[in-house]
Design a binder for this molecule. Structure first.
Ligand code: FES
Length: 178
């Protein structure tokens, strides 16, 4: 299957990026090649590749962004505009456990604000912050598609639903013991 680079236009202003470009092991490069082979247009592989870079580097750091731009033959800004749209892509370091409290309608009506506040008080951080030991980050995100079991949050890839403060305590205490 042929891979056509997307036609790009010059930027109106230069974007400053570090000279460093992320490098990966042969296994990771092979994984990336495998994703690129699935798409007729390289750009379509941007999200799977972002997840790989994030997994390998902890977050989508500037060298990782440069790598993606080079590999996908895109502009740096093409990478950033996707990276900054999705809450699951992190452009700054994130805790080992990322708590994402849904703040959309069903969850909001059923107490999401109280759940967020309870998490914040228990962990001693505000929304958007990470605990000093780097273990927990707290975010508010849009609907996670589990509206029927609101309020809910996601920790990494696990959903926790029908939350109450007591249930949050149980869940977070289990993570704190890990
Ligand atoms: S509104 Fe919270 S999961 Fe949909």
């Amino acid at each position: 299957m042929s891979q056509q680079p997307v036609q790009i236009q010059p930027l109106s202003q230069p974007v400053q990026m570090p000279d460093e470009i992320a490098t990966f092991s042969a296994e990771v490069e092979a994984e990336i090649d495998g994703h690129l082979a699935k798409y007729p247009v390289m750009r379509s592989a941007i999200l799977p590749l972002m997840f790989i870079v994030q997994r390998e580097r902890g977050y989508l750091d500037p060298p990782g962004v440069s790598y993606l731009a080079k590999r996908l033959k895109l502009r740096i800004t093409d990478i950033w505009e996707v990276a900054t749209f999705y809450s699951m892509i992190h452009i700054k370091p994130i805790g080992k456990y990322h708590i994402q409290v849904c703040k959309t309608l069903s969850c909001k009506l059923l107490g999401a604000d109280k759940i967020t506040q309870h998490c914040a008080e228990k962990l001693g951080i505000k929304v958007g912050e990470t605990t000093p030991d780097g273990r927990f980050s707290l975010s508010e995100v849009e609907c996670l598609g589990s509206c029927g079991t609101a309020p809910m949050f996601q920790i990494n890839f696990d959903y926790h639903e029908n939350l109450t403060n007591e249930k949050v305590d149980e869940i977070l205490d289990a993570y704190l013991k890990r």
